[in-house]
Ligand binder design. Structure first.
Ligand SMILES: O=C(CO)[C@H](O)[C@H](O)COP(=O)(O)O
Length: 229
């Protein structure tokens, strides 16, 4: 069995999110060790009779959902989801996110952006005044990735090809990830647009304007923050 980050704040934030789940909902199931706790708690509610279906945003999440007997569905069956619950690597004061630390950013963005509501669960270390300390994950096509990386470095970043255990990391979509240190990101929306224009870039880990609610756990306990409309 895979060892999960047992950080108590991740557990508290992840578990809190199930309070927003209602019977009959179709859910987007995010990725990461904080969401693991959401899935575990959700499995208990399903066991007690809660009727939901979920679309997983990674193979790892799919495995956990199956372990916890959460019914799954896919986009051939549903047009959109009622609620997505996901983690993040950084969250700024405008509720913009950096994601992709686990390498699932493309599927996460498809799931999160196609949900009526997105809740992000995180421990307090993820809150930042400005995105960028966490190197931005950018998913790129393997073909010509060196050229794509060069173009990204011309934009002021230091892209590093992600590796795991001595081999190139391959995403669930068969692509590579470049971890791009841009230092602090002044305008996340603009950077996302500029990166998307580069040939070879599949998607960026910048999630702009799609988060509705953040559940943060830390020194002050659990805080539920709603984005002002
Ligand atoms: O974006 C992600 C994976 O691609 C995760 O949501 C993010 O890395 C947070 O993970 P964790 O909850 O383990 O800190």
């Amino acid at each position: 069995m895979e060892k999960i980050d047992g950080d108590l704040n991740k557990k508290a934030a992840g578990e809190k999110a199930v309070e927003f789940i209602k019977d009959g909902m179709v859910l987007g199931l995010g990725s990461g060790s904080t969401v693991y706790w959401t899935l575990k708690k959700l499995g208990e509610l399903v066991e007690q009779g809660l009727n939901v279906k979920g679309i997983p945003s990674s193979k790892r999440t799919e495995g956990w959902a199956k372990d916890f007997n959460i019914p799954l569905t896919d986009f051939s069956q549903v047009q959109s989801m009622d609620l997505a619950i996901d983690g993040a690597d950084e969250i700024d004061k405008d509720f913009n996110l950096t994601k992709g630390g686990g390498g699932s950013l493309v599927r996460e963005k498809i799931v999160d952006a196609n949900s009526q509501k997105l809740i992000i669960v995180a421990d307090q270390s993820k809150l930042v005044s400005q995105l960028g300390k966490f190197p931005l994950p950018v998913e790129v096509l393997p073909f010509g990735w060196e050229v794509t990386a060069r173009k990204i470095s011309e934009m002021g970043a230091t892209p590093v090809l992600r590796e795991r255990e001595g081999s190139v990391f391959v995403s669930n979509n068969g692509n590579y990830i470049l971890d791009c240190d841009f230092n602090l990101i002044a305008d996340p929306g603009l950077l996302h647009k500029e990166l998307k224009q580069l040939l070879g870039v599949v998607e960026t880990g910048l999630f702009i304007n799609i988060t509705d609610t953040i559940i943060i756990s830390g020194d002050k306990g659990i805080e539920v923050l709603h984005k002002k409309k």
